[in-house]
Design a binder for this molecule. Structure first.
Ligand code: NAP
Length: 277
């Protein structure tokens, strides 16, 4: 008697104990009644390639990838989607039946879906976006905003050369603003995004002066621990619409889950609650 194979997926990173992805995927597997398991795996850089080549042989259909392996997996993968190539990093791998590893990046998709789902009056055409940070997450957000039609993105980063590198990669619609003048970006911004790790529990807060914020500006933070960062709290007090970062994490998980387990899951309040457990 043959038993159907139970698909396995998981998340690879180091450290990995903090990851909320197992809660999210576990919740969807359970509520959709699908067979499958999703496992956190702590993997060091020197073992990354051999682990990725071995997992398909053990029944894995794919994995999510987190810090510090998002760039390296793109080099290891046999194929990559256009958006992963453009961003220069991947967070979702599919182990294909032909043995090839396909890399995708769903962070920008998750970011846009989170804004859409919030149901605010913001649209990409509303005006310039102001972005704090120039790391990996910033690249994904910039690619998504440009594709959605945002006319201009002002970027300010502590290390200015990283912002200039983004300008070189993404072109004329990017403006670089010095970190000490980051607050000046806010006067013209229809959307403000924090893509730095400032404001996260254990890190210093984002100290950019926020008095330039306008009431009709939408403010969002990629940091989701705490859910309401100082940036979001201040923006809310100033009458701005705000969107927290947890929704981005939930939405970025959707394409991988669908590909691995065969059904498209819904992001709802129960998914949020599961991620926060
Ligand atoms: P990263 O590549 O390491 O970039 C970190 C960014 O934070 C850089 O711009 C860095 O500036 C800045 N930064 C760090 N410490 C700083 C300080 N003391 N002062 C000023 N700037 C500082 O990390 P990442 O992958 O882009 O992730 C950034 C944040 O987004 C993390 O908190 C991550 O958890 C979050 N994130 C959330 C989601 C989600 O689904 N909600 C998805 C992806 C990432 P320098 O260039 O000057 O170092």
């Amino acid at each position: 008697m043959t038993h159907p194979k139970i698909p396995l997926a998981g998340v690879i990173g180091s450290p990995i104990a903090h990851s909320r992805s197992p809660n999210i995927h576990g919740h969807w597997l359970k509520t959709l009644g699908l067979p499958g398991h999703y496992i956190p795996m702590k993997v060091e850089a020197e073992d990354l390639e051999s682990v990725l080549r071995t997992l398909p042989k053990a029944g894995f259909v794919g994995v999510n990838v987190t810090i510090p392996h998002k760039e390296r997996v793109l080099e290891i993968a046999d194929l990559s989607t256009d958006r992963a190539t453009l961003i220069g990093a991947a967070n979702t791998l599919v182990f294909r039946k032909d043995g090839k590893i396909q890399a995708d990046n769903t962070d920008g998709y998750g970011f846009m879906k989170n804004l859409e789902a919030a149901g605010t009056s913001w649209t990409p055409a509303a005006g310039p976006a102001a972005l704090f940070g120039a790391g990996g997450a910033a690249r994904a957000v910039i690619a998504a905003l440009l594709q959605a039609g945002v006319p201009e993105i002002m970027i300010s980063n502590r290390t200015r050369v990283r912002a200039e590198a983004l300008q070189a990669d993404f072109g004329k619609r990017i403006q670089v603003v010095d970190w000490v003048q980051a607050g000046n970006m806010l006067d013209d911004a229809a959307l403000v995004v924090n893509t730095t790790s400032l404001g996260m529990i254990g890190n210093p807060p984002l100290r950019v002066p926020l008095d330039g914020l306008r009431k009709n500006t939408l403010v969002t933070d990629l940091v989701y621990t705490p859910l309401k960062t100082r940036l979001l709290q201040t923006a809310e007090e100033m009458g701005c619409a705000t969107v927290d970062g947890l929704g981005m994490l939930l939405h970025q998980a959707v394409p991988g889950f669908e590909r691995w387990f065969g059904e498209r899951p819904t992001v709802d309040s129960a998914t949020r609650a599961a991620a926060l457990r």
